[in-house]
Design a protein around this ligand. Structure first.
Ligand code: CU1
Ligand code: CU1
Length: 274
């Protein structure tokens, strides 16, 4: 059984194995296929059209399935690997061990944002950014450079307290848990973390930065915590809503996956702590 652990508690060997599996997927081209898929959904997910991955109720189940696909790919390289999660409400500093050279490497240099240490630095030679939105072929970051702080525990709790999953107009203007977690309204949790990291993370090709997976693994964990806090609250909408994925509708690009199939993460993995 896959157990997803807090990245701050990984052993040196667990970090090494995670990084090695990521680099192997990159070497074979499988990694870049994930980046391409994500950017295609970012481009097509709009507030007034068909929307699946973002700005819509299926933001959470879509990314849950997307992470599962990536985790299975990692496990095809090394069966011992699981996705770690980054609790950004606790590990809030660019000096956190997450950003050390033995794991993800640190922030980018001031001149051009280029990450210069760790396994994903351009100088290490194993991380050419090929699926990109501009000409720059190196991983970029500007940790905290946006001038905003990462979300606090109190801000996380304020969003977890919202009892309704989602509501009309089922997009970036909605009230409710999903949209406050996604970050288009209110204190802004998920979107703000993308902006805090900066570089590719602030774009549609955000999975070019491996921290994408650790960020979304934590967003996914917050969904599971919300479900436990609100046992009477269901995924919405239930049925009959144009342009968005209802509870029982299949989700692109997978034709075998409905939100209803993804509500219980325990069928696939558990977390080290609740
Ligand atoms: Cu996304
Ligand atoms: Cu995201």
């Amino acid at each position: 059984m896959t157990v997803r652990k807090n990245q701050a508690s990984l052993s040196a060997d667990e970090k090494r194995r995670f990084v090695a599996a990521v680099l192997e997927l990159k070497r074979t081209g499988r990694y870049d296929a994930f980046v391409t898929t994500h950017n295609a959904f970012i481009m097509s997910d709009t507030d007034n059209g068909a929307r699946t991955g973002h700005r819509s109720p299926s933001f959470l189940p879509w990314h849950r399935r997307y992470l599962l696909e990536f985790e299975r790919a990692l496990q095809s390289v090394d069966a011992s690997v699981a996705l770690p999660y980054w609790d950004w409400s606790t590990d809030r500093s660019p000096r956190a061990s997450l950003w050390a050279p033995d794991f993800l490497g640190g922030t980018g240099r001031s001149r051009d944002g280029q990450v210069t240490d760790g396994p994903f630095a351009a100088s290490a030679g194993n991380w050419p950014v090929t699926v990109r939105v501009d000409g720059r072929t190196f991983l970029r970051r500007s940790l905290g450079g946006s001038g905003r702080e990462l979300p606090t525990r109190a801000e996380v709790d304020s969003v977890l307290a919202m009892a309704t999953y989602d509501m009309p107009p089922w997009n970036s203007a909605s009230d409710g848990f999903r949209n406050h977690l996604e970050g288009w309204r209110g204190v802004n949790l998920h979107n703000r973390v993308h902006v805090w990291v900066g570089g590719q993370m602030a774009t549609g090709v955000s999975p070019n930065d491996p921290v994408f997976w650790l960020h979304h693994a934590y967003v996914d964990k917050l969904w599971a915590r919300w479900q436990r806090l609100h046992p009477g609250s269901a995924y919405l909408p239930a049925a009959g809503t144009p342009d968005v994925v209802d509870l029982g509708e299949t989700m692109r690009p997978w034709n075998d996956s409905r939100p209803a199939d993804l509500l219980d993460h325990r069928a696939h993995y558990t977390f080290d702590t609740d």
